[in-house]
Design a protein around this ligand. Structure first.
Ligand code: ATP
Length: 432
């Protein structure tokens, strides 16, 4: 029933009442305006699958901007209009926003170009989309509320777990769809149909990727890194040949895939071991892993290609430097002082420390945890002011002395404020 039903009303009671009300009022307004209105794309796909998704896209056969303006003012919501794209974004509250778009037809002038846009019907609008499972629409107008509009066999493919393009040139016209295909495949445990996969491989082998701006690939690539099964997705991109073409520096060995999966699985354990709980940036963790087997030169090239922000790139470079120190041997030898450990790890983000903790053996992991929970928390009691009072003029000298005090303290040789003052006095005496 689920996949053949002509009406989705049997699913609608699973939606939050607020969402249902909003969809109904949009349908009612469409009746009043004499337009047809449809909710489309991921929302409908996930409604049928029973997956929560409150990203609502509404297609209007008519002027979507005027429609959205009227709609927003009726329910007193904020609105942002993109006149050029005939779209409007209505912000209802923090967890509910709606995109309104005028039904449109798209043409590609050349592969990888941005499409040329014209007003069209719902059928045209669905045909410009990526996969059959993403081009099911549900009508919102009063009497037909809940009616399924499925020109391309989307329900069938949802049922069978198939990712299928709508026409043979789809990947040639927009190769970013290959990354999207992989993303949906692994997210839902689906598979591309045989032809779709062949077309993906053919598109990769052709030169269309070279014509595409790297920014567009990056956008889809980062959406992918936000997903739960990102490691599996990368593996698939490698199989299809896209990874090598888009990111030639990346060497996705089995070891790297394992490390990526380990980074998903071990975080909770690591988190339990943290005294000061902090959340982490999962994207940064993946980026660290993906660069963990690169030379410094390659990190530069790769980070630039991925258009990484400076903070990410700098962090990856710091991480590479530390993880190349041969940590297991250093730690195993057992003659590192606390301050040596401190100096090795200081300045690294929690993300880098976490990746280092899962890359090597238990001893390295323990050293990382000692650093985070203990050594990195140690501060001197005295300040620059105390040192100036001992007769040192303001300048870099103060910093050097404070650092010497910190070293002594981290190594467990001094403890109190008085210890610190005495240590500085002795140091100054010796140096004189
Ligand atoms: P998600 O659950 O990841 O948000 P989604 O399907 O909502 O998935 P979006 O990226 O928000 O994905 O895109 C919204 C809709 O726009 C999709 O359902 C799809 O129909 C269409 N779409 C997005 N990108 C493309 C593309 N590159 N080519 C064709 N259609 C696309």
């Amino acid at each position: 029933k689920e996949y053949t039903s002509e009406n989705l009303s049997y699913k609608l009671n699973e939606l939050p009442q607020k969402v249902l009300n909003v969809l109904k009022s949009a349908g009612k307004m469409a009746d009043d305006e004499g337009y047809s209105a449809y909710v489309v794309g991921g929302f409908v796909r996930d409604l049928i699958l029973g997956v929560e998704n409150l990203d609502i896209d509404i297609v209007i056969e008519g002027d979507a901007v005027a429609f959205a303006q009227k709609f927003a003012s009726q329910i007193n919501a904020k609105i942002t209009v993109h006149e050029k794209f005939q779209t409007a974004y209505v912000y209802i509250d923090e967890d509910l926003q709606i995109d309104f778009v005028t039904a449109r037809k798209e043409y590609y002038e050349f592969p990888g170009s941005l499409p040329i846009i014209e007003t069209g019907t719902i059928k045209d609008d669905l045909f410009r989309r990526d996969f059959t499972i993403n081009c099911i629409a549900m009508k919102l107008n009063g009497d037909e509320f809940g009616k399924v509009v499925d020109f391309y066999g989307g329900r069938r493919d949802l049922y069978d777990g198939v990712i299928r393009i709508l026409y043979n040139l789809s990947f040639i016209e927009d190769p970013t769809r290959i990354i999207r295909a992989v993303r949906f495949e692994q997210r839902y445990g689906f598979l591309m149909d045989e032809k779709t996969e062949e077309f993906a491989i053919k598109a990769v082998k052709s030169d269309v990727l070279d014509k595409l701006s790297i920014e567009r690939i990056n956008t889809e690539f980062f959406y992918m890194l936000k997903e739960k099964n990102a490691a599996k997705m990368l593996q698939r991109l490698k199989e299809l040949g896209l990874l090598k073409k888009a990111y030639p520096e990346m060497e996705l060995s089995d070891q790297l895939i394992n490390l990526m999966e380990k980074s998903d699985n071990q975080w909770e354990d690591f988190y339990i071991g943290l005294i000061n709980k902090k959340n982490i940036d999962k994207i940064l963790i993946y980026l660290l892993v993906l660069h963990s087997n690169m030379s410094v030169d390659k990190v530069h090239a790769s980070a630039d290609r991925m258009r990484l922000k400076k903070e990410y790139k700098d962090e990856i470079l710091r991480f590479i430097e530390v993880k190349d120190l041969n940590l297991p041997a250093l730690v195993a030898e057992g003659n590192l002082s606390n301050y040596d450990v401190y100096s090795m790890f200081t300045g690294l983000s929690l993300e880098s420390l976490y990746v280092i903790s899962i890359m090597f053996d238990d001893r390295v992991r323990d050293a990382v945890l000692v650093y985070i929970n203990n050594l990195s928390q140690i501060k001197t009691e005295i300040t620059g002011k105390d040192i100036m009072e001992l007769g040192i003029a303001p300048g870099p000298e103060i910093k050097r002395i404070l650092q010497a005090v910190l070293k002594e303290k981290i190594n467990g040789k001094i403890f109190t404020y008085d210890d610190e003052i005495n240590f500085v006095k002795n140091l100054l005496e010796q140096e004189n």
